[in-house]
Structures are given as structure tokens and as C-alpha cells.
Design a binder for this molecule. Sequence first.
Ligand code: NAG
Ligand code: NAG
Ligand code: NAG
Ligand code: NAG
Ligand code: NAG
Ligand code: NAG
Ligand code: NAG
Ligand code: NAG
Ligand code: NAG
Length: 559
Amino acid sequence: MLSSAFQFVLISLYLTSTLAASDFDWQTLTADTTLNWKPCYSGFQCSRLQVPLDYSEPNSGSASIAIVRLPSTAPRTEYRGPILFNPGGPGGSGVDAIVAAGAAFATVFGPEFDIVGFDPRGVSYSTPQISFFKTDVERRFLIPFKEIVIYPSLNASSNAVSKTFGDFGLLGQLALQSDTDHYLQHMSTDNIARDMLRITQAFGFEKVQYWGISYGSVLGATFATLFPDKIGRLMIDGVEDMDSYYTANVTNLTIDVDASLQAFFDGCEKAGPDICPFYAPSPLEIAAKLDALTTSIKEQPLPVVMPDSHGIVDFLFLRNAILYSLFSPYDPVVGFVSLGQSLAALAEGNATTLYTMIAEPSFECQASPPPFHLNNFEAYIAIACGDPEPINDTVAQLEEFWMNGTRVSQFSDLFSVTRVLCAGYKIHRQGRFQGPVGAKNTSFPLLLVGNTLDSATARAGALKTSKAFPGSVVLTQDSVGHTSTVAPSLCTYGHFRAYFMNGTLPAPGTVCPVDAELFPSASGNITSRRLPSVEEKRLLDAGREISSVLRRAVPRRAL
Ligand SMILES: *[C@@H]1O[C@H](CO)[C@@H](O)[C@H](O)[C@H]1NC(C)=O
Ligand SMILES: *[C@@H]1O[C@H](CO)[C@@H](O)[C@H](O)[C@H]1NC(C)=O
Ligand SMILES: *[C@@H]1O[C@H](CO)[C@@H](O)[C@H](O)[C@H]1NC(C)=O
Ligand SMILES: *[C@@H]1O[C@H](CO)[C@@H](O)[C@H](O)[C@H]1NC(C)=O
Ligand SMILES: *[C@@H]1O[C@H](CO)[C@@H](O)[C@H](O)[C@H]1NC(C)=O
Ligand SMILES: *[C@@H]1O[C@H](CO)[C@@H](O)[C@H](O)[C@H]1NC(C)=O
Ligand SMILES: *[C@@H]1O[C@H](CO)[C@@H](O)[C@H](O)[C@H]1NC(C)=O
Ligand SMILES: *[C@@H]1O[C@H](CO)[C@@H](O)[C@H](O)[C@H]1NC(C)=O
Ligand SMILES: *[C@@H]1O[C@H](CO)[C@@H](O)[C@H](O)[C@H]1NC(C)=O
């Protein structure tokens, strides 16, 4: 259900199960106003920081922020402090992301930094945990597991808008009912930004060093607006149109989605039928094949039964699988190569390949469910819908919003769900920050990163946001997909490290190639480039690790 327009990110169940083995009991830590580190996971340190729940009434209650760090391994004299990371969502767990990808991040940024993940207030291990339900079973019924992976489509049936409106209206009312102590209004981006300053100060630093992707760009830009003189380094990547976020109007985020799909058609045609079995002699014919396939699946869905999972490949599943591939087109599991194979198999009547691309474990109703720390769906709603003005649209207006959006992208049926979601949510704090973002003079210039074709946060968002922060620079990565993390790039990493280590910004107009191909040749060789050095190979491996982990560990789309 969550389609949010801003950052869809997806918490992967694979990741969850991997983490379970080395899971850490956060309840063994007591929240404090200083950081008291305890060893956790493997090679990490964990701490819980106590912050005011309401910054305007600091004594009226507190929140506790779960923080994990991979400590710097450089000699003390070379130590450069923490780099805070936010993986997007909103509602993505920075702890999970850093536990999974921290080592790879350290390879990219260098041993001088602590690599730090935190769960934004309300999210995952941070408390009070955002929760709309009385029991886990109620949650599982009202937010079917598949809703974390498969977002509704307003085009799934003729009454899809009103059905989605009803479902989300119910969730919004349950949120209200559950919010007896009125904590939900404090789960807002401005407060998360204030928490970031507290975290930085608790490390003993005055100025923030930060990397945020997708919704993390909203958090970063909001921080820079509220605290322009507290910026050490601030890099935002997969940058949203901030006005769009703060008005729950996703349309501007989608301006490059169709061009990303076109990149699939073009690449498939160039790659040929051996590498892209969904091939046709021209991109136009491939597009037509996909339209025909979509219509046929809409009329006649296909069941899939596997030993440990089962489901239906229908219109909704297919649309989500395509969008998922557009978010991570270089990925070995869900990227364009897989998509080409899966669509070809589907056209032959075999839905298994497509199903396994984004399949999820079957629902299990356990007698005593594990602690549900993956609350990213509810967290998404509370933050992404609590930040903007209340959306009072009627079903007819939402229908019109979706239709208007189709002029910008044919995926408006998925993205516009965010606005429907927000129409159901009624909790908004008076006086919260709602934009516009910008600051005439930041204590250090911002670095913004945008892909040539970002399928969830078009590069226009980076260009527009950069104008609001004079002195900032936009680094373009020549890739398709959502955020620079979709593919390794030695060029991009060189600029990241130069910015964080030396404070060097790329020259305006810099464009970095990626060290990956959408349709690699069968040999797996990137033929046009020389063999990488040992150091380059280490960075490329780290980059592939980051892509793979963030695809699985983090929320999926921008709101
Ligand atoms: C979308 O982008 C256009 C062009 O930059 C701008 O005029 C418009 O205000 C934006 N819409 C929203 C809701 O931010
Ligand atoms: C949403 O933004 C788009 C692009 O700026 C604009 O055309 C549209 O009118 C906006 N819709 C609403 C409901 O504000
Ligand atoms: C809804 O889906 C059908 C079938 O794929 C498609 O032909 C139609 O264009 C879609 N409508 C919108 C508004 O996206
Ligand atoms: C469908 O594809 C899957 C995966 O490629 C394969 O294992 C299976 O045998 C195929 N099923 C049929 C009926 O061809
Ligand atoms: C929606 O309704 C609320 C309460 O009546 C009002 O405060 C708010 O301004 C309205 N939102 C918009 C976007 O008109
Ligand atoms: C849809 O677009 C029309 C024409 O641009 C505009 O008048 C109307 O306000 C838009 N509706 C919504 C709900 O965005
Ligand atoms: C910007 O702020 C810095 C201190 O943060 C100050 O030294 C500088 O003079 C300011 N520049 C302008 C143009 O205001
Ligand atoms: C930082 O600057 C030093 C001195 O100019 C230089 O040797 C080094 O390569 C730079 N490091 C990066 C990552 O750019
Ligand atoms: C990749 O290219 C290199 C250099 O051209 C060649 O030596 C190697 O055999 C190729 N690898 C494969 C798997 O084709």
C-alpha cells in the first residue's frame, strides 16, 4: 500500500533473516544523553541517545534514538568524526543499513570516519516506536506483508481509487485511535533533523557530516535550512523536489520514470535476443510487446506455487516488478537483464521467473510473533504524511490527480498512491517545518548528487534544490536507477572522498560514468576499460556490496 511518492524503499525479508542470526537486543541498552557504546552485531558499537520528544517542551518527555557505528580505524590524530547516514523511506532503518553496508561505506569514505547509522525517531529500534495497531496480528492483517513490497495500483481495477482511499482512511483512523499520548505529531522531519544535531554533539562535534539518499535528501535539506551554520559536510543523493515532498504532490518526482523504461527498451534492442530474450527488432516493438503482455496479464493473471512461497502474478505484481527493476537496473537479481528474461518467460506463460525476482516468503501466523521492528510502513505514513499540509482530497480529486499525473509518467497509478495514503492521515503538529528549504549561507557548501535518469527522484530535483543553497554543487552520475548507489563508480567515489576528506567540491557540470553496464555482455567484461588496480577493485567490490545491500535493506521509493 505504500507507494509513496517519495522514496519507496523496501525492507527486504532476506535481509531480515540474515540479520536475525546476529541480532542484537536493543533493550539491553539504556538511553542516555551521552553516548555509551556497547559492542553489538559484529565489529559494531551500539548506543541509545535520549532526546526531547518535543523540542519546544524539552521536559515533557523523551525519545530514544538507536545508533550504530562502525568505528574509525585510523590513528586518533587522523580521526575525522562521524558521517551520519539516512537510507530514505521515510521510515528506512539506518541501523539495518549500516550493519549491512557499513564496511563497504568505510571502504569508500576512508578509515578516518566513524560510519554511523541511526533509526530516525519512531523507526525500528528507536522509541517511542511508531505503531498504529494493538497487536502484531492486527498489523499483519491490516498491512499484509506483501504491501511492503507490492504497492497498490490505482489502475488495478475500476474501483481501485475508492478502495485504496477506504483502506488508507481506516489506517489513518487507527493511527488517531492509537495515539492516546499524542506522540505521533512529533515524528516529523524537522525533529529528526534536530536529533541529528544532538547525535553530532554527543560525538563531541559541532558540525554535522551527513549522507542521505532519497528521502534522506529531504532530511538533509531540512537540516541545512534549520541549521545552516552547523554543516561540516552535507551530501544529498537522489534529491527530491522538496516542494513536492512538503505538499504530498509526487508528480515532479516522476518526470524521468518513463525515460528510464525507455532505457530498458533501447538497451534490450541493442543487447540482442541472447542477452535480452524479450528482444524485438526495435525499441518501439519491445514497448508494444510489453503493453500487450500487461493487458493480457491484467485479463488473465497467473498463479505461482513454489516450495516455500506462492502468489499470483497479476497486473499489480507485474507493474511493481517493472518499477522495482527501474529503481535498480544494474542489479543482478532485479535489474534489466533479469527483467528481460522474466518478461520473455512470462510471455511464454511461465510466471515463475518474474515471481522469484521480487517474491516474498508466505505469510505465517506464528503463535508469538517476533518483535516487529520493521515498522517502516507505519513510519512512512507518519512522517511522509505528517510533514505536509493535511490532504483533504475527495476520491474524485484523487482520481483526477492520478490522471493528471499520467501526463508526466505512465507509472502515475503507482506513485499517486502516496497522495491517497496521505488523504487518510490526520495527525499534523502545529508549527512544524513545511518548507521551503534553502539557506543563503551554509557553513560548508552542500554536495548534491543526481543520476541522469533517476526513476524515483528526477535529477531536476537536485538542480532545483541546489539553487536554494548558493555555493552548492550538483554532481551528475551517468546512470539509470534510484540514487547513485545503484551502481559502483570509481569517479563518483573519488568525489565523495575528496569532499568528505578535503572539502573539495567537484567542478560544476561534472559527470561521472559508472563501472557497470545495464546489459553486460555474456563474458561479464566491461570491454572498454582497462583492468582495475587492486585498490580500484576493492572500491568496485564495495560499490557492488552497497548496491546490493541498499536494494534489499532499504525502503524502495521516494515518497
Ligand atoms: C514541479 O516543478 C515545476 C518546474 O520546476 C515547478 O514549477 C512546480 O512548482 C513543481 N511542483 C511542485 C508541486 O513542487
Ligand atoms: C502537483 O504538481 C504538479 C506539477 O507541478 C501540478 O501540475 C499539479 O497541479 C499539482 N497538483 C496539486 C493537487 O497540487
Ligand atoms: C490502465 O491499464 C491499462 C492496461 O494496461 C492501460 O491500457 C491504461 O492505459 C492504464 N490507464 C492509465 C490511466 O494508466
Ligand atoms: C518456468 O521457469 C522456471 C524458472 O526459470 C523453471 O524452473 C520452470 O521449469 C519453468 N516452468 C515451466 C512449466 O516451464
Ligand atoms: C485540510 O483541512 C484542514 C482542516 O480543515 C485545514 O486546516 C487544511 O488547511 C486543509 N488542507 C488543505 C490543503 O486545504
Ligand atoms: C488536473 O489538471 C487540471 C488542468 O491542468 C487542473 O485544472 C486541475 O486542478 C488538476 N487537478 C488535480 C487534482 O491536480
Ligand atoms: C557565511 O558564513 C560564514 C560563517 O559561517 C561567514 O564567515 C561568512 O562571512 C558568511 N558569508 C556571507 C556572504 O554572509
Ligand atoms: C586531499 O588533498 C591532499 C593534499 O592536496 C591530496 O594529496 C589527496 O589526494 C586529497 N585526497 C582526496 C581524497 O582528494
Ligand atoms: C575479459 O577481457 C579480458 C581482456 O580483454 C580477457 O583477457 C578475458 O579473457 C575476458 N574475460 C572473459 C570472461 O571473457
